[in-house]
Design a protein around this ligand. Structure first.
Ligand SMILES: [Ca+2]
Ligand SMILES: [Ca+2]
Ligand SMILES: [Ca+2]
Length: 149
């Protein structure tokens, strides 16, 4: 995948993580290839469309995974973070271009293994999507699904 516009060409979630062992994703691609992405300055660009980031994880003390996308005004942004809550509680946030937090989701439980954020009629601009452990010691794998309509 070496298509044009700059950075997003490096994202290839079809890369296998090396096996069914969920822990493998923390040391293998693509999570390894995305790191470091712990700050907004180092965030990984995602295309503003339906897009799934899989085989990734919160893998070390204080790891945060930050992605970004450029959205057009009036669009609807939907994010869903799926993970096994019992294996490690994760949170999801949407930040604006100034890194101010617009939305935060931490409603997961042992029966609701996900976080979700839905923003309609969003102003155009750059937005960051932040996945983090609820506590500094949390380690877990997750799937982040982005939808822009
Ligand atoms: Ca990570
Ligand atoms: Ca990270
Ligand atoms: Ca949570």
């Amino acid at each position: 995948m070496d298509a044009a516009p700059s950075q997003d060409a490096t994202i290839d979630t079809s890369v296998p993580d090396g096996g069914a062992d969920a822990g493998v994703s923390c040391v293998g691609p693509p999570d390894r290839d995305f790191e470091p992405n712990d700050s907004t300055a180092a965030a990984v660009q995602l295309p503003p469309q339906h897009y799934v980031v899989d085989f990734v994880g919160i893998c070390s003390q204080d790891d945060a995974d930050i992605y970004w996308a450029m959205l057009t005004g009036g669009q609807r942004l939907t994010l869903r973070l799926d993970f096994a809550h019992i294996a490690g509680d994760l949170t999801l946030a949407v930040l604006d271009n100034a890194s101010s937090q617009l939305r935060f989701s931490d409603g997961s439980s042992t029966t609701d293994n996900f976080e979700s954020i839905d923003i309609t009629n969003i102003p155009g601009g750059k937005y960051y999507f932040k996945v983090k452990g609820k506590d500094p010691g949390v380690r877990n794998t997750y799937t982040l699904t982005l939808d822009v309509q």
